[in-house]
Design a binder for this molecule. Structure first.
Ligand code: HEC
Length: 229
């Protein structure tokens, strides 16, 4: 299981920049096929399926108030975070995807819908991503780098991002929100247990990188540190 979790974390890191050719407008049309079960947008409510607002960057199986399947809850516990890449893979065949992720031939997705066409999947994922806070693409294009953190948990928490020991920014992020430090070079990102308890989970991120952090005590994705300020 440890190996599996590492793989998921790695793929989440590798595909943080939009690597897929994509067309969010075509995706909006395609989303009609999802809309019978999923709502998206500011005031979306859970329906047959969970709300998809901010799903890119969110921990799998984590939207509040939705009754997920046992398999999706297991994927959450295994550390699966939805990125453009993981949703792209999931949509092709949700049950097959969860079986592979969980290494459990009996895993079963509650979502019966499959989207096989690759281009359709790219487009719909691009559309979903428009409802998540993107990385600062403009500064990346200018050759500047930044270090970003995504709240991959289902709760609002305090996060910090810092590049090269400077330009430390902190912010309280809702699930799926992103915080970036504007400095250059490698850096690190932290999620704190609570605003008045600044011990947290810190991970190193390379220049221009982004990481989704789940929570304070997520041992597989954390190094433990103590913060003094
Ligand atoms: C027939 C209903 C149905 C359709 C159509 C459907 N879904 Fe789902 N979807 C679900 C259900 C139910 C779940 C919860 C899965 C579980 O708990 O295993 C889900 C889960 C998801 C998740 C995981 C969400 C989370 O919070 O972990 C994503 C992402 C997703 N669907 C995307 C889509 C997209 C994109 C489409 C359209 C291309 C789509 N779904 C079409 C029913 C549907």
């Amino acid at each position: 299981m440890r190996v599996l979790v590492t793989c998921i974390a790695l793929s989440a890191t590798l595909f943080t920049t939009p690597t897929l050719a994509q067309d969010a407008e075509a995706g909006e049309d395609l989303f009609r096929r999802c809309a019978s079960c999923h709502k998206i947008g500011e005031d979306a409510q859970n329906a047959v399926g969970p709300v998809l607002t901010g799903v890119i960057g969110r921990a799998a199986g984590s939207y509040e108030g939705y009754g997920y399947s046992r398999s999706m809850t297991a994927a959450n516990e295994a550390g699966l975070v939805w990125s453009e890449e993981t949703v792209f893979d999931y949509l092709e065949n949700p049950t097959k995807y969860l079986r592979a992720v969980l290494d459990d031939p009996r895993a079963r997705a509650k979502m019966s819908f499959k989207l096989r066409d690759e281009e359709d999947r790219r487009n719909v994922v691009a559309y979903l991503a428009t409802f998540s806070t993107p990385m600062d693409e403009a500064s990346a294009a200018e050759g500047e780098t930044s270090v970003c953190v995504v709240n991959g948990s289902d709760e609002t928490r305090l996060f910090a991002a810092e590049s090269n020991g400077e330009n430390r920014v902190t912010g309280t992020l809702a699930p799926g929100e992103t915080l970036c430090s504007e400095g250059a070079g490698d850096g690190m990102v932290t999620v704190f247990e609570a605003p008045d308890h600044l011990e947290g989970c810190t991970r190193l991120v390379s220049a221009g990188g982004q990481d989704a952090l789940l929570k304070y005590a997520d041992f597989d994705r954390c190094a433990w540190t103590s913060n003094t300020n």
